[in-house]
Design a protein around this ligand. Structure first.
Ligand code: NDP
Ligand code: PMR
Length: 395
């Protein structure tokens, strides 16, 4: 029955370019209209082989121009020590799978930045991670004091910072009323965006000091924040509007709890937070890439329909969502596969391009994807940055 409900909802045709069409129907109370059609242009897909050929030729040109001594010391550094990567929210789902994938290579020490120490320890243990490959440090992104405390503790640990992965997130699709962070920001945007924004800004100095061959700052994005996709057109759609709610502090005192100033909607707040994540990555790129050489990247790892992200969704959704994604949209990926994808963005030498939003095709090859108009709006990115720095006390 479930399958017939789902298959009556969507039909997917492949005729050269693929066209995904929706019939008027509802999925778990959500109404989708015929006008929701996305045309998927294969020309924007660049195969991994093609991409790495291009980057190889760029690197080959650079290598010719690099003096031999520098190159030798650069190579030497590469083999000197393990990379040191901080992953927020590494106690479950994508973060845990990425921590495991990196730890298993023996080339990375993973700092699992988690709000629940015991949960993280149990998760690392049951994932089979060996103790010398990870450290757990406390971080609660829904408290800016905790973010600052984490940065102090991290510095005291004396470890270098080579890669920062902003992965943690909360999703509250069934909440009727907003919940708030310690400082009184709506919880989804406060945690997923503002907590990470402060963390990243504070840790820029540390990343900059790293002598690792490829330093990276990664912010996990998502398809559902991108309205140039079918998934991004499922209501409620992400939309930051003119940022009046964000500017007012998202606290329902001076302003709405929503970025655009509208009525509270937990699912929309999550999608809005993902737009902020993708805009922030690009703004970092524009402000710092040239000066620091740091690679800034975002990604959509695929639909990991089994993770804890959906813990607050209704039970029927949690039952139907994985088979729907597996058999109907075919967007499903396992936690293990998603972890390999994010691990590539952390460490693959062919994914050093900055300012990029990575996705993977059905053969699991990475390609540089296009963001929606709003998620790539330069002016909005600058405004989100400026308002956010006021809210977190940096301006
Ligand atoms: P999970 O719920 O499994 O993982 C989220 C992690 O974030 C958990 O470790 C959770 O900690 C942590 N977290 C939540 N709140 C806080 C906080 N206040 N402070 C510190 N850590 C916190 O979900 P996913 O693995 O699915 O999500 C990971 C990322 O992937 C998110 O950025 C999400 O937006 C993104 N994503 C997920 C997709 C999916 O289909 N699942 C698709 C596209 C993107 P705890 O274990 O203590 O709850
Ligand atoms: Mg979606 C190609 C189609 C596709 C993909 C890749 C996703 C991913 N979803 C797709 C289509 C649809 N979804 C369609 C046609 C429907 C209506 C039947 C639909 C519904 C739906 C719901 C109710 N989808 C959802 C939800 C959620 O609550 C999830 C969400 O929005 O979380 C924010 C979700 C998701 N769909 C995805 C992905 C990746 C998600 C989850 C999470 C995320 O962005 O992090």
């Amino acid at each position: 029955m479930a399958t017939s409900l789902l298959s009556s909802a969507v039909s997917i045709h492949k005729e050269g370019k693929s066209l995904v069409q929706l019939k008027e129907t509802t999925f778990l109370g959500i109404s989708i209209s015929e006008h929701l059609k996305t045309e998927f242009n294969p020309t924007i897909i660049r195969s991994k082989r093609e991409y790495s050929q291009r980057t190889r030729s760029i690197r080959a040109q650079t290598a010719v121009m690099t003096p031999a001594v520098n190159r030798a010391s650069h190579e030497k550094k590469k083999t000197l020590r393990k990379g040191s990567v901080v992953i927020t929210g590494a106690s479950s789902g994508l973060g845990l799978a990425t921590a495991k994938a990196l730890a298993e290579t023996g080339k990375w020490h993973v700092i699992m930045a988690c709000r629940d120490f015991l949960k993280a320890e149990r998760a690392a243990k049951s994932a089979g991670m060996s103790k010398e490959n990870y450290t757990i440090m406390h971080l609660d992104l829904s408290s800016l004091d905790s973010v600052r405390q984490f940065v102090d503790n991290f510095r005291q640990s004396g470890r270098p910072l080579d890669v920062l992965v902003n992965n943690a997130a909360v999703y509250q699709p069934t909440a009727r009323e907003p919940a708030f962070t310690a400082e009184g920001f709506e919880l989804s945007v406060g945690t997923n965006h503002l907590g990470h924004f402060l963390l990243s800004r504070l840790l820029m100095d540390d990343l900059n000091k790293s002598d690792y061959p490829s330093k990276r700052l990664i912010i996990v994005g998502s398809i559902t924040g991108n309205t140039n996709t079918l998934a991004g057109n499922v209501p409620p759609k992400a939309n930051l509007g003119d940022l009046r709610g964000l500017a007012g502090g998202l606290n329902e005192l001076n302003s709405s709890a929503m970025i655009d100033g509208g009525n509270f909607d937990g699912a929309k707040a999550y999608k809005d937070s993902k737009i902020c994540n993708m805009l922030t990555m690009q703004e970092f790129h524009r402000r710092y890439h040239e000066e620091t050489g740091i690679t800034f990247a975002s990604l959509y790892p695929g639909c990991i329909a089994t993770t804890g992200l959906f813990r607050e969704h209704i039970p029927l959704f949690r039952t139907l969502f994985p088979p729907f994604q597996k058999y109907i949209t075919k967007g499903f990926v396992s936690e293990e596969e998603s972890g390999k994808r994010l691990a590539q963005v952390v460490s693959d030498p062919s994914l050093t391009k900055s300012g990029v939003y990575w996705s993977w095709n059905k053969d699991s090859a990475s390609f540089e994807n296009q963001l929606s108009q709003e998620a790539s709006d330069v002016d909005k990115a600058r405004k989100v940055w400026e308002v956010s720095e006021k809210l977190v006390g940096l301006a």
